[in-house]
Design a protein around this ligand. Sequence first.
Ligand code: FAD
Length: 379
Amino acid sequence: MDLLVVGSGFFGLTIAERTASAGKRVVVIDRRSHIGGNAYSEAEPETGIEVHRYGAHLFHTSNETVWEYVNRFTTFTNYVHKVYSNFKGEVYPLPINLGTINQFFRAAYSPDEARALIAEQAGEFDTKSARNLEEKGISLIGRPLYEAFIRDYTEKQWQTPTTELPAEVISRLPVRYTYDNRYFNDTHEGLPTDGYTAWLERMADHPNIEVRLNTDFFDESQPLNKRAVVGTVPIVYTGPVDRYFDYAEGELGWRTLDFEQEVVPTGDFQGTSVMNYAGSEVPYTRIHEFRHFHPERDYPKDKTVIMREFSRFASREDEPYYPVNTPEDRDRLLKYRELAAAEDRVLFGGRLGTYQYLDMHMAIGSALSMWSNKLSELL
Ligand code: FAD
């Protein structure tokens, strides 16, 4: 083995694939029973509908290098993501756009009129001196839209009143003064034609790559554990950075998600793939309906799969999904980065290894950079 990769998500698999293609032998270990990290998907057994096991994943990128790279392993459908929000039993388009504004205010404002109205309503607070998330939100889009679409939804995500959340949690709230409600603005967008798992498996399908599942890097009963291998072989580690150092500088905070999946006896539950629930009358933040990600597929006409999503702070046993990123977290991260830099031939990557939210194209892009800038010379 020339390289050990800990974690078979997009970061780890990109590193493994590049290294294997350069003629080196790679072992990838993952503590889960499947490859692919959080992008993993599988067919729901009763309906055959592809379900994204760790939450809905939409691929989009404007990075041409990444786009060229990912197209080696999969083609993409022409799916374009759109999101709607149910507020008090009425459905509005998101992100907030002219359609949302005119529906909400029962008006027919022109772009200039809508811009002037929102600027006036936003004048209640100054963005720069906002003391909490609520004041910041109002200073960006005005109180009526903030209270309808942001406040309760954010409180469900953070289980904390927005008056107690720091203003930095949101940097901007996009408002579009057109009727365009395409969710992403990237040059390329789509879903892998044969599904995420087929794509991930093709990345790992190389004679120089060996994948070992159900294998935890910290489990000393298996041979490729941290104590046994650090210093003996180059390692790319994509697990949680605080766990690697046994939480020596304290735990980094994460939010996690709980998913409630249900097969519903109808051909179409909500008419779209993602419906947000803006208000506090239901405890979930959104409902995904997976059949709408692949309208081109021949799915059953009398059944559909939905998944309700709930958000909360993670404990050590939960799946870490989104960094909380408090000032204490950022201080701890700096200390972990120093420790990481001092490790002998261990590179830290991916969303867990660097404690940051990374979209798939970002994880792949940063793995490609690590390969060409740091790793190729280490091997
Ligand atoms: P991961 O996919 O998390 O992979 C890390 C792997 O390391 C895991 O398989 C884990 O089991 C393994 N591991 C951890 N510790 C150990 C250990 N001790 N021993 C062995 N293995 C270990 N991106 C988009 O582009 N579009 C989206 O719509 C999108 N939606 C998302 C929705 C949610 C809810 C979440 C959480 C993320 C979403 N993402 C999305 C981001 C996407 O999931 C990440 O970009 C991608 O997972 C990053 O890959 P990674 O390899 O860094 O991490």
